[in-house]
Design a protein around this ligand. Sequence first.
Ligand code: ATP
Length: 222
Amino acid sequence: MLVDVSNLSLGYEKQTVIHDISFQVEENDFIIVLGSNGVGKSTLIKGMLGLIKPLGGSIQYNTEKIGYMPQETRVDPNFPASVMEVILSGFVNKMGLRPFHNKKDKEKAYEIMEILKITHLKKKCFSELSGGQRQKVLLARSLCATDKLLILDEPSNNLDQKSKSEFYTILKHLNEGHHISIIMITHDIDNDSLIGNKVLALRTDGYYFGKTDDYMEADLWY
Ligand SMILES: Nc1ncnc2c1ncn2[C@@H]1O[C@H](COP(=O)(O)OP(=O)(O)OP(=O)(O)O)[C@@H](O)[C@H]1O
């Protein structure tokens, strides 16, 4: 097991948002986190990343290698970083006192770019890319931190249908071909987005956690 979330409650000074939820992330899991706006999806991720302290319960990790891809933020058109630079910035936490990226980081960045088929973009300026290309570069950046567990916050927001399905195909490949476990938040509740083997559906009055097939069969749309 990679992560064991047990009786977890999370929230803020005046409000408990997540009430007593338990779920496990196993190796090779691809968990889709669903729920309407404001139900607490981002709060859950903040809790899992250790950015807010649990009000109750616990989260136990059996890996330190967690890659995180945040919700898309507006990109400053004047930000002059190349694709390669943006990807390499994913290694910053691992650099310690080294002032420059070493050969190993660069080789790994190339390897990731090959997997995501974005090597041809490496010298392009990040701010000039299309939305779909940007998401792939940010995914590549988060992969610098992990080959075990990726957490993605609404990665398909603002993508057109074609870029979205291309992005989902890449995630499936990372999960099935490279054995990276994935937790993906989405608020698209169409069938297309239920691409993982499990669903965690949050509601204000409860939650569902289990196999995607069971979720769909039981018509448990949250
Ligand atoms: N920093 C904060 N301080 C206080 N309350 C917060 C904070 N961040 C979020 N909340 C509240 O917690 C609740 C859950 O918010 P959260 O962002 O986790 O929901 P969400 O499901 O991710 O929503 P969305 O789909 O809109 O991103 C909301 O009522 C929100 O107002």
